[in-house]
Write a protein that binds this ligand. Sequence first.
Ligand SMILES: Cc1cc2nc3c(=O)[nH]c(=O)nc-3n(C[C@H](O)[C@H](O)[C@H](O)COP(=O)(O)OP(=O)(O)OC[C@H]3O[C@@H](n4cnc5c(N)ncnc54)[C@H](O)[C@@H]3O)c2cc1C
Length: 457
Amino acid sequence: MSERLVVIGADAAGMSAASQARRMAGPRELEIVVFERGGFTSYSACGIPYWVGGLVPERDALIARTADEHRARDIDLRLHTEVIEIDVAGRRVRVRDLGSGAESWTGYDKLVIATGARPIRPELPGIDAAGVHGVQTLDDGQALIDTLDATEGKRAVVVGAGYIGVEMSEALINRGYEVTVLDRGVEPMSTLDPDMGALVRTAMCGLGIEIVGGAEVTEIRTDDSGRVRAVATAEGEYPADVVVLGIGVRPETALARAAGLPLGEYSGLLTDLSMRVHGHENIWAGGDCVEVLDLVSGRLRHIALGTHANKHGQIIGANIGGGYATFPGVVGTAVSKVCDLEVARTGLREKDAHAAGLQYVTVTIESTSRAGYYPEPAPMTVKMLAERRTGRLLGTQIVGREGAGKRVDIAAVALTARMTVEQMTALDLGYAPPFSPVWDPVLVAARKAVSAVQRRG
Ligand SMILES: Cc1cc2nc3c(=O)[nH]c(=O)nc-3n(C[C@H](O)[C@H](O)[C@H](O)COP(=O)(O)OP(=O)(O)OC[C@H]3O[C@@H](n4cnc5c(N)ncnc54)[C@H](O)[C@@H]3O)c2cc1C
């Protein structure tokens, strides 16, 4: 007899799970129903800054697979349909058709929760004014583009200097805007240590972006027609024709909470290694709505990244489809760029290491992306943390120009393999003058870290 799988959320985690389950189980064994409250499936939110900035010419390029393509693979996909309740005991979900408002129940044998994350939207006066935009979904991206097309003024304020704020600054610069970034922290990119964030600030200022640290936004000020005209902080007022919010996200787990499912410290769903929700044999969860194990600190964290969401979905789909797969955890790798500046991190920052009770040494080195004599070597700074005494690599941050960002993957692999910085120095990495100096910058940092570990004993 056929079982029914119900999936809530039709983006990275949800559709990876549905597609993988469908690859492994035919329609006679498994009926798959997916509910999505929005109008798109399998879209790349990661591409929104490049679409807004004009690098990607059209929205549809960001859609990896449409609803009709999924339907052609025997997945019953219902757009503009929101799940409003999970009845765990009754194994059913209550759904609302957002077009007609009609509500009904759908039973399930297996349930996947892939509801993603919700952007933080502070309750400030004027926050809903015309011209204030988030960038979480394709609809948000389209609304922002419509505003940019219709607005004559060219002053933009970005609230939040995390990677989304930083990427959106580039998009707005590319569209000819004067950009001011306001952030509560002292330095941009709080996913880095402040000394590395300071390098990002210097480089962004060099690109003509004004960055105001320690800025607590108090109000969005509007003109007589209700359109944004400025963003106010305790210290001053920043004129704005458009405002972009990039303040971070929280797991979208209101449904799960109401259903009594287990949530962690960050309100993310708690799962086992197979992505099955703790204590619930027939419910899985993945993507931005779950907490993940940080393999370096051993703690649970909420890290909203597409790279994790896709993997979670694959693993969930394999397990539901009759296979076996597990997700061991993450080391916290992320890379982003603003114009020609590349910013990358993996593992622990100093404050994470401190919070985990680890003693550590840090080193910072300057190097280049190519041999110094080869044309156009691009500078980069690499910071590395290693555990005191053992020399285990704890984290790496890189800020630099072309060729800097993806070098962090060397450190990500070393972290995953729990290598010491001494072991890293022996890594057999590729070398030729157009690609790196004879000692790759990451290995130069590892060598310096070995000395620091030996000195500190
Ligand atoms: C601007 C931007 C840039 C980014 N850049 C990167 C990047 O460079 N690299 C990277 O790794 N990650 C990046 N990300 C993060 C990445 O997009 C997310 O981590 C990823 O989309 C998470 O996938 P998900 O399936 O868990 O959640 P989502 O993509 O949020 O999908 C969840 C879906 O569930 C639906 N839903 C929620 N509740 C319900 C309900 N009750 N009923 C029905 N449907 C529901 C939502 O409408 C949504 O479509 C970026 C995100 C943004 C916004």
